[in-house]
Write a protein that binds this ligand. Structure first.
Ligand SMILES: Cc1ncc(COP(=O)(O)O)c(C=O)c1O
Length: 428
């Protein structure tokens, strides 16, 4: 029988609680001063790359990504959409991707009038399982879009090998994984092109913004042509054959000079913050080693995650309670750790053209023409993951916080000790 001080907050006990989270993102004094200078300078828009704030951001991106060609844009979605355009994915082309991600990894494909085809994922990490890719390849497949979800690097060796064998482009979505490495090479540097988000909740957070990196200057120019004002065309190296296509039929995906300043500055402290994030998550994971009902993924030597979130699976069968009850009990104690992807993306209503009654989307007609039937998608591991998964943001882990990690783990242990009481609660 648990002592009365151990009574769960969900059942009327005293919550353990966590210290107030530090603010995120953090901008240095230099960054703030530089923003003020841009505002005082009066030039809010960088219509061409000669604006020093934009070129400085692109230099910072490039130097973080092994001198790859960089394009700073307005969001992660913009970067991914332009990445697809950069590798010439177009209407009717199929792009193999993951059913377990943030929707923008899929909507970028839909916005290019291409057709998402869903491979399966690993049951614990939720990352695309390379073994499930080849069964998805058809004559219309043009690319694989892989997501480094929660800061975990996907198996790029296997994915690039499959892509090479079948002549497919590889697009990486590194939006949640700035600084993660696979085989000691940064994510974003493996495929043909990569898109990253820098919105306010990301590892490298500016507020809004994103960027694309590629080893091929031509991919960058193609992305640039549909993204930016024609003022960019006189940049050195602009291919003359593209001049007739320079016009203002654009997606306006340009970055603001303010966000560009912040982006360049955030890169300066990224590795330092990552080291602290890794130390905190490492300590938390070791504190959770003896957890009865939380299963954490294990990573081989090849993977160095950057920990945007900590993912785990809840062992509902062993616990004898639902994940929902467990999550509610954690929340009542002050710990927010719950499911991030509500259901496999192919199940989402806006991808079902048969019988769809909601507001119109630009992709419905394409999906209908391609006769997609996502109800037939074979993704048992994704369903397994969606049913059990719990994710915790690690954005508050950029300051040393060993004690907080221990407190956090003590909440999990308290709830686990009291699982009988939760079973009783559920039975009522
Ligand atoms: C995996 C993933 N891809 C793409 C995006 C899109 O980024 P943004 O919100 O900057 O458009 C996000 C952001 O939330 C994301 O988490």
């Amino acid at each position: 029988m648990a002592p009365s001080t151990d009574k769960l907050a969900l059942l009327g006990g005293k919550p353990i609680g966590l210290p107030t989270a530090p603010k995120f993102p953090v901008f240095t004094r230099t960054a703030i001063n530089r923003v003020v200078k841009v505002l005082e300078g009066g030039q809010m828009v960088g219509l061409d790359n000669r604006h020093p704030a934009i070129s400085a951001a692109e230099d910072a991106i490039s130097s973080y990504h092994d001198s790859r060609h960089a394009l700073a844009v307005s969001s992660g979605h913009a970067a991914l959409h332009m990445a697809l355009m950069g590798v010439d994915v177009g209407p009717g082309d199929e792009v193999i991707t993951t059913p377990y991600t943030w929707g923008a990894s899929v909507s970028c494909i839909l916005h290019q009038s291409a057709i998402p085809v869903f491979a399966d994922v690993d049951r614990l990490t939720g990352l695309m399982d390379p073994a499930s890719i080849e069964a998805c390849i058809t004559q219309r497949t043009r690319a694989i879009l892989v997501v480094h979800l929660y800061g975990q690097p996907a198996n790029m060796t296997a994915i690039c090998k499959i892509a090479k064998k079948h002549g497919l482009a590889v697009i990486e979505d590194g939006s949640q994984a700035h600084g993660a490495r696979w085989k000691n090479k940064s994510v974003g540097n493996w495929g043909d092109v990569a898109g990253f988000s820098c919105m306010g909740g990301k590892i490298l957070a500016t507020g809004e913004g994103g960027y694309l990196v590629t080893g091929d200057p031509d991919i960058r120019w193609r992305a640039c042509l549909s993204t930016q004002h024609m003022g960019r065309s006189p940049e050195p190296g602009f291919p003359p054959e593209y001049l007739p296509t320079v016009d203002s039929l654009l997606y306006t995906y340009r970055i603001s000079t303010v966000m560009a300043v912040l982006m360049a500055e955030q890169f300066k402290k990224l590795d330092k913050e990552l080291a602290v994030r890794r130390a905190n998550v490492g300590h938390l994971r070791s504190c959770l080693d003896e957890s009865q009902f939380i299963e954490l993924p294990k990573y081989g030597k090849q993977a160095l995650p950057s920990w945007h979130m900590l993912t785990a699976n809840f062992r509902a069968d062993e616990a004898g309670i639902t994940r929902d009850t467990f999550v509610r009990a954690l929340r009542a104690e002050g710990l927010s750790w719950g499911p991030y992807v509500p259901a496999p993306i192919p199940d989402w209503p806006r991808l079902q053209w048969r019988g769809y009654k909601g507001p119109k989307t630009m992709w419905m007609e394409n999906l209908k023409r391609a006769k997609t039937d996502y109800s037939k998608t074979q993704i048992p591991n994704c369903r397994y993951k969606c049913d059990r998964s719990m994710e915790m943001s690690t954005n508050n882990f950029i300051r040393p916080a060993r004690k907080d990690m221990e407190r956090l783990a003590s909440i999990v242990h308290k709830v686990e000790r009291n699982v009988d009481a939760l079973r009783e609660m559920e039975a009522k």
